[in-house]
Design a protein around this ligand. Structure first.
Ligand code: NDP
Ligand code: BG6
Length: 495
């Protein structure tokens, strides 16, 4: 199925089963997305939701949660009877037997077919056991004219080996076509626009390579800290939380070759090819190519914020990274020799996800005067969020008698150019899974390749002597990350 084709298809009556229905992701992302899809008439009348979790919520408690999560109550309140709750232990077969009965009864009452979409939104260690029990209880099978699919949240495994094991565990119950591995960055309009920019415009392709691009910088900066997710985050860190998934996805879309079509396999093949070309550093090389950081107390929006080790559920002696910067290399015909810098951090000055393509400088500047010599390089800045847009930075003459040159920008803003409202990433991805469109989901080999890239870094970070640099909240990370770029004669472009 392709990005262009799927909108024409109609969603059949389906039951969405959410495991981890009492959790943070369910109430902050999944339920609001469902409510919004209902509001926009994207869901059929015969659509139901079953929440599964251990907490004793009952139908009433779950429906209350649904109402509290929805931004608009209009459609959701008239459909609230379609939400059901099953309390149960995720590891007990009796939960799945009870679920099978509940699904039969819901489907009979609603007169729907037996199409089911399972959404695993629990803690990650339960992904394998839940899919195995869905298989054991016969719930993973698709019918002749109905589907059974499963969405699985990130992180998909903890390293290459556990991701491989999770793949093989899941494949015992579900075929690859039934599995939808989510990375919500792919649901963002502006991430999808990376493909539109590159492959619908002839002007960029000739310069999108080592002959013109000096370096590429990908930044995922967050202003927020770890909030109430300290327990989870302290065992994950920025490398697993952001780099392995969101950043490597953005990287692959920016650097991959043109797919033949926008069909899922076509795009995924190209992503796998470019991820396979990312040079995997040895553990020794990690030290010179990576900076690990953690925030301490600092100031954000004129307010003092606490340091990472003071956050709730975080160890007071934690060495978990809240910041990572890396220099990567992509060994292929297009990108050989072009440094690819990536960085991500919590508690940075502002929320900002962007890609900067820095182009080579003009070979000779015929203008006298220091302003020309100090001219910054041409840059194409792809702003993913917030203030989504594209900016081209170039030199222009300052009005006046002298030939002074200054950097100026042509700025395209998504919000100004389009009246259409952008869909939330979860709305888009849940709808795609209902429609059976896997284009914006991850294939098993992509996930494994991404783990292979970060694995040496994981192992290096596990060494207690690997440097952990502190940075004040509200800054762009430790100063060592500037040195990482200075070592090759580069510098970060902050907005
Ligand atoms: P939560 O910590 O809120 O856990 C989800 C549910 O799992 C809980 O409500 C709880 O339900 C159950 N649970 C928690 N701990 C245990 C345990 N030790 N044993 C058994 N069940 C447990 O997780 P999130 O909602 O934050 O995340 C869910 C998934 O989504 C994770 O894989 C996460 O990585 C991913 N994700 C989350 C994001 C977010 O912003 N929250 C963003 C992107 C991905 P109960 O006790 O009622 O059974
Ligand atoms: C999640 C991470 O996957 O992405 C969070 O677990 C992070 O730690 C979030 O805050 C960032 O997503 P977004 O859409 O706000 O950039």
């Amino acid at each position: 199925m392709s990005i262009q084709m799927h909108r024409k298809r109609r969603i059949e009556g389906t039951t969405l089963v959410i495991f981890g229905a009492s959790g943070d992701l369910t109430s902050r992302k999944i339920l609001p997305a469902i409510a919004s899809l209902w509001d926009q008439n994207q869901l059929p009348e015969e659509f139901s939701v079953v929440g599964v979790a251990r907490s004793p919520l009952g139908n009433e408690g779950f429906r209350k949660l649904v109402m509290e999560s929805a931004s608009s109550l209009e459609s959701i309140s008239s459909n609230i009877e379609n939400f059901h709750y099953l309390q149960g232990d995720y590891s007990s077969i009796s939960t799945y037997q009870a679920l099978a009965k509940l699904l039969d009864s819901v489907e009979q009452t609603r007169q729907t077919g037996k199409s089911r979409l399972f959404y695993l939104a629990t803690i990650p260690s339960l992904f394998g056991p839940i899919s195995s029990l869905l298989g054991e209880s016969g719930l993973s099978q698709s019918g002749a004219s109905t589907f059974t699919r499963i969405i699985i949240e990130k992180p998909f495994g903890n390293d290459t080996e556990s991701a491989r094991k999770l793949n093989s565990d899941m494949h015992r119950s579900f075929s690859e076509e039934q599995i939808y591995r989510i990375d919500h960055y792919l649901g963002k309009e502006t991430v999808q626009n990376l493909l539109a920019l590159r492959f619908s415009n002839a002007v960029f392709e000739p310069i999108w390579n080592r002959n013109f691009v000096n370096n590429v910088q990908i930044t995922v900066a967050e202003q927020i800290g770890v909030g109430h997710r300290g327990g989870f985050y302290d065992s994950a860190g920025a490398l697993k939380d952001i780099v392995q998934n969101h950043m490597l996805q953005v990287l692959s879309l920016v650097l991959m070759e043109a797919p033949a079509t926008m069909i899922a396999d076509s795009i995924q093949n190209e992503k796998v090819k470019v991820l396979s070309s990312v040079e995997i550093p040895s553990i020794q090389e990690v030290a010179t190519r990576t900076v690990r950081g953690q925030y301490v107390t600092g100031v954000i929006n004129s307010e003092e914020v606490r340091g990472y080790r003071e956050e709730r559920d975080v160890s007071r002696v934690s060495k978990t990274e809240t910041y990572v910067a890396m220099r990567l290399a992509v060994d292929n015909w297009r990108w050989a020799g072009v440094p690819i810098f990536i960085r991500t951090g919590k508690r940075m000055p502002k929320r900002e996800t962007q890609v900067v393509m820095e182009f080579n400088r003009a070979p000779h500047l015929p203008f006298a005067g220091s302003s020309a010599r100090q001219l910054g390089p041409n840059r194409l800045i792809l702003r993913i969020q917030p203030e989504e847009g594209i900016k081209l930075v170039f030199g222009a003459k300052v009005p006046g008698q002298d030939y002074n040159i200054r950097s100026v920008a042509m700025d395209f803003s998504y919000a100004d150019a389009f009246r259409e409202i952008s869909w939330d990433a979860y709305e888009r991805l849940i709808l795609d899974a209902l429609l059976g469109d896997r284009t914006l989901f991850l294939r098993s080999d992509e996930v494994i390749k991404a783990w292979e890239i970060v694995e040496p870094v994981q192992r290096a970070f596990a060494d207690p002597d690997f440097p952990l640099y502190l940075y004040a909240a509200g800054t762009y990370g430790p100063k060592e990350s500037n040195k990482l770029l200075q070592a090759t004669g580069h510098y970060w472009h902050n907005s």
